[in-house]
Design a protein around this ligand. Structure first.
Ligand SMILES: Cc1cc2nc3c(=O)[nH]c(=O)nc-3n(C[C@H](O)[C@H](O)[C@H](O)COP(=O)(O)OP(=O)(O)OC[C@H]3O[C@@H](n4cnc5c(N)ncnc54)[C@H](O)[C@@H]3O)c2cc1C
Length: 351
């Protein structure tokens, strides 16, 4: 994470006027997805953490007040790590309780699970339920000043261990009006929410690329490059990888289409097409990664799955990272979109 800071990547999605690289502009979606892919190719854990950092800054940029954005930019420039902690166990989810006799101050009650970077991330963006069912509020927590209580025993994972995705109990911490980001329920606004799928898919595809490259390296080192079955599998691996790259490029093209209005004011048809494309990309990427793992296992065999070869770690990390929420529902949503349209397949995505 220090290297990312030194390389200017902690501020990359900020506009140049705030010291960033402007990677949040729709036209810069491809470079952003490529950066996520390459960081994931290097290390999936770092990719996961950077993806969360980027997601938090994009949420703040989109929904935060100018003062909140300026403060977040200064914090990112100073090296603070951001993340988004949304997942929770419904029985102990986070609630915002009004503090009596104060204007807009809330006390938090409840815990988040899978709080990636817990103990390291000083600026997590959280979701919590407002009183009287007023909705779901985004909150920026200054976790260095008000640290949550971490339960490390929650995190005994198959892979991605170094993400430190602990359970974080926020009970008793307080936030003020300056920490509330946007309006209730902004977090789930389309197409912002679904659009995030392209970013984690890019990191996952980077993980699959690492598996492919390590498989090639392993076979070349063992002089196993003449075997027709190995060659056939390599051909399949390459085709899978290129399919993933093309979907990423497609997602970037969708985001970069000229927009005359902010994303949420797009015509409903275009929002639906963009969301369906994101859901399709998620499903395709999951499939590509799973098939890549299966083919690579066969290529390298049992010996290749022993340490110090990198496959066992890559395998565990990618397998676990692929588990994102409700994968079937996302793909079914894409199918529902297709079934509701009269357009021929080649025009479906045009919205
Ligand atoms: C390494 C890692 C880091 C993470 N970091 C963060 C983080 O920083 N912040 C954060 O907010 N989250 C984080 N998460 C959590 C992540 O975003 C997902 O919420 C979580 O991985 C989803 O868990 P799940 O697979 O159990 O989901 P589920 O959605 O429960 O899916 C499991 C299966 O159940 C099915 N299913 C879903 N709903 C139902 C239902 N109602 N009835 C029947 N079946 C159903 C799904 O289709 C799927 O087949 C992280 C996860 C991982 C693995």
């Amino acid at each position: 994470m220090h290297w990312l800071h030194e390389a200017g990547l902690l501020t990359a999605v900020l506009p140049t006027s705030l010291g960033g690289m402007g990677l949040s502009e729709p036209a810069a979606t491809l470079p952003l997805l490529q950066a996520l892919y390459h960081i994931g190719r290097g290390n999936l854990v770092v990719g996961r953490l950077w993806e969360g950092h980027v997601n938090a800054l994009l949420l703040l940029r989109r929904f935060g007040s100018p003062a909140q954005v300026a403060r977040a930019a200064a914090d990112a420039r100073a090296g603070h790590l951001f993340g988004v902690w949304n997942t929770e166990n419904p029985a102990e989810g986070v609630h915002l309780e009004a503090v009596l006799n104060t204007a807009g101050r809330y006390r938090l009650r409840g815990a988040k699970t899978f709080a990636s970077g817990a103990g390291h991330i000083s600026r997590p963006v959280l979701t919590g339920a407002l009183p009287k069912q007023e909705g779901w509020q985004l909150v920026l927590l200054r976790a260095d000043q008000q640290p949550p209580v971490l339960d490390r025993s929650f995190w005994r994972p198959l892979g991605m261990r170094a993400t430190a995705s602990f359970r974080a109990d926020l009970t008793g911490l307080e936030v003020g009006p300056e920490d509330l980001v946007g309006q209730p329920n902004d977090y789930y606004l389309a197409p912002w929410f679904g659009g995030g799928a392209a970013r984690f898919a890019a990191v996952q595809l980077g993980g699959a690329a690492a598996v492919l490259d390590e498989t090639r390296r392993f076979l070349r080192r063992l002089g196993r490059t003449d075997d027709p079955y190995q060659r056939q599998r390599l051909g399949e691996l390459l085709a899978l990888h290129e399919t993933g790259q093309l979907w990423l490029r497609g997602a970037a093209e969708h985001a970069a289409l000229p927009a005359t209005a902010p994303l949420e004011a797009w015509p409903a048809a275009r929002q639906a097409a963009t969301a369906a494309y994101g859901n399709g990309l998620r499903g395709v990427t999951e499939d590509i990664c799973l098939q890549t793992l299966r083919l690579a296992e066969r290529c390298v065999g049992a010996r290749g799955l022993l340490q110090p070869e990198p496959f066992e770690r890559l395998h565990r990390d990618l397998t676990h990272y692929l588990r994102q929420p409700a994968p079937d529902a996302a793909l079914a949503e894409s199918g529902r979109f297709a079934l509701a349209s009269d357009k021929p397949a080649y025009q479906l995505w045009q919205g």
